[in-house]
Design a protein around this ligand. Structure first.
Ligand SMILES: Nc1ncnc2c1ncn2[C@@H]1O[C@H](COP(=O)(O)OP(=O)(O)OP(=O)(O)O)[C@@H](O)[C@H]1O
Ligand SMILES: [Mg+2]
Length: 600
């Protein structure tokens, strides 16, 4: 399978989209439109250029103890002898900043940046236009350039100065727009200069046979990052490993499914940044000699609307109020997501300071124009054939296929494998070893097709996923349109283009209205079979997410007096600052790429 760089990717994308359109058109014709695999499908698949299937080998899974967990990956180790910046470590540097493992920015980054920005804060947030005037620590600037980040994205332009204001923050921006960097870069940069003063004492682990019983310390992180899935935790850990390179800050990750001894030993080597999923963090929190949160200065909740969901309520509360974390003014809470409906925003306020800053890049819950969305009418009984035809209609590209249940994952993966296609799969009943193997096989060209449940819908950033297929659309109980936006956001990241193909039939009616609104908002074609769900003027209205008055219950405005009491901003709320105050436009630097509305 070819691994495209941004230019090749953009060139091949048009062909891919055209092939998919041809299949979509088929779905509109009657009389069994899909052909599906033939008896010779393995040959057909090979002729199309797909790589060979990799059989599952049970022996690998019953052999000796496995230690190559994603969470045990190498990080930069500091020695007390170093000055302010540690020396280079060529081998580690090549591993961390290997272009093949990183998503490179595509040619259409301005689509993500030319978008309406709304900030609400007591003081105006003045965006930074470039890394050079962002006031970053020199090591951070070097690491950013090793990451090949040419300029900050819109969300980064705003969160970097916002973090200097020492307030809590809710930040919302679209999928693949660089939110991880938007919190890691300013936080880590801020701590880099102070690491020697703030970081807890730690053992020297370079050239030493580390024995936790003799050398081990209690982990006392300065930063806690919480996210909902194990794969996302290890991915954020990878970003933190890159951005902490040559600094004293030491990242660790805690997530379930891996022997806790291995993660404990890493914590005992010292931990300044702890990233993890709620269960394992709470587990370590309950062992006070292993982990103390009393020095935490920043708690970041990534995919915050998911973690505010009722399913996570108990764990979430424990983490937000739990352990021995400081309640004092030095502790900042930050929440990030691409989707954050009004109900979630109201819940979030229970955990944030009354004067927190809100930043929204685009409408919360919106998708963006770099994803081409195609909806195919496919009856359940025809889905396998349609999937096969779709995959074989285009050149081999990394493809992520979503279904709604674990059993369905196994079923679709088996079907593809038997048809000769190089697929793998992942879901929550798999062992962690199997989950990490599946992700590894998908990231390398070994298995360029992966079948998954919604578990993989949020946050995953795998280079060159050019095609997302909703074999099943997410029904309301599977997260509905919010889940759809996250799923399709696994493609077309950071200015690249991607295709999202979804199979629709009568059973998906509960998502139809919301789906059509998203299609219209993104200037996508609404197929004939969905026309009944389109508003007569074809202009979608998003009642819930469009309003800025977050005290507004049930979509109705409250009257002025009450509102002022509840809303700390009152009349100082700053929405579309440049429009309400033309002088703001002159005072603000003009960030490149931010066009249109307010600050640009
Ligand atoms: N300034 C930048 N320039 C170029 N690439 C960047 C920049 N910032 C981040 N990236 C890259 O963009 C990709 C997407 O970033 P990230 O995963 O943080 O997106 P996200 O907004 O969190 O998306 P999601 O909502 O899906 O979680 C990553 O590969 C990241 O390394
Ligand atoms: Mg993210």
């Amino acid at each position: 399978m070819a691994d495209f760089d941004p230019v090749e990717g953009a060139e091949s994308f048009d062909d891919v989209a055209a092939s998919a359109t041809a299949v979509a058109d088929l779905s509109l014709t009657e009389n069994v439109p899909f052909s599906g695999p033939t008896d010779d499908s393995t040959k057909d698949v090979a002729a199309k250029g797909w790589s060979e299937r990799t059989p599952f080998t049970y022996e690998d899974y019953i052999s000796k103890e496995f230690t190559e967990w994603a969470g045990n990956a190498k990080r930069y180790e500091w020695s007390d002898e170093y000055g302010d910046v540690g020396p280079k470590n060529e081998e580690l540097e090549n591993q961390l900043f290997n272009v093949e493992n990183m998503t490179q920015a595509g040619l259409k980054l301005d689509v993500l940046n030319k978008i309406e920005v709304r900030t609400e804060s007591e003081e105006r947030v003045i965006p930074v236009a470039s890394w050079d005037n962002a006031g970053l620590h020199p090591i951070m600037k070097e690491n950013i350039s090793l990451c090949l980040y040419a300029a900050p994205t819109a969300i980064q332009m705003y969160t970097i100065p916002a973090m200097l204001m020492d307030k809590d923050l809710i930040a919302i921006s679209q999928t693949g727009s660089g939110k991880t960097g938007a919190y890691l870069i300013p936080i880590l940069s801020k701590l880099m200069g102070k690491a020697k003063k703030l970081a807890a004492p730690r053992p020297n682990v370079i050239g030493v046979d580390f024995d936790p019983k003799i050398h081990g310390v209690r982990a006392e992180p300065l930063v806690l990052v919480v996210c909902p899935t194990r794969e996302l935790a290890t991915q954020i850990f990878d970003d933190a490993r890159r951005l902490c390179y040559r600094s004293m800050l030491r990242p660790c990750v805690a997530y379930g499914g891996v022997p806790s001894r291995l993660q404990r030993e890493e914590l005992q080597k010292g931990c300044d940044i702890l990233i993890g999923t709620p269960g394992r963090i709470i587990d370590f929190m309950s062992q006070g000699h292993i982990l103390s949160l009393r020095h935490v200065r920043f708690t970041v909740i990534d995919e915050a609307d998911e973690l505010l969901h009722a399913d996570w309520e108990e764990d979430f509360k424990k983490i937000m109020s739990g352990g021995d974390a400081t309640e004092d003014d030095d502790h900042r809470y930050l929440m990030f997501s691409a989707t954050f409906n009004k109900e979630c925003r109201q819940l979030a306020r229970n955990y944030l300071g009354s004067n927190h800053i809100r930043i929204r890049i685009g409408r919360p819950g919106s998708s963006h124009l770099n994803v081409e969305q195609q909806i195919h009418y496919v009856e359940d009984s025809m889905k396998n054939k349609a999937l096969y035809d779709l995959l074989l209609s285009m050149c081999p590209i990394r493809t992520l296929i979503f279904v709604n249940s674990k059993a369905q994952v196994d079923y679709v993966d088996d079907f593809l494998y038997n048809a000769g296609l190089p697929s793998t799969s992942i879901h929550g009943d798999r062992t962690q070893r199997e989950r990490e193997d599946a992700i590894r096989a998908f990231k390398t060209a070994k298995c360029p097709i992966m079948v998954a449940t919604g578990l993989s819908a949020r946050g995953l950033d795998i280079a060159n996923i050019m095609h997302v297929v909703n074999y099943d659309l997410p029904k309301s109980i599977h997260g509905g349109i919010t889940e759809y936006v996250h799923r399709i956001g696994r493609t077309a990241r950071i200015g690249n283009e991607g295709l999202a193909s979804s199979f629709y039939n009568e059973k998906d009616q509960d998502i139809a209205f919301d789906l059509v609104k998203i299609l219209l908002e993104c200037n996508q074609k609404v197929p004939d079979f969905l026309q009944d769900y389109a508003p007569s003027d074809n202009r979608p209205v998003f009642v819930d997410d469009d309003t800025d008055n977050e005290n507004d219950q049930n979509g109705e405005e409250q009257n002025g007096d009450d509102q002022d009491k509840k809303d700390p901003w009152g009349e100082t709320s700053e929405v579309n600052a440049a429009e309400s105050d033309p002088s703001a436009q002159q005072q603000s630097p003009s960030p490149p790429g931010l066009g249109g509305s307010n600050w640009a």
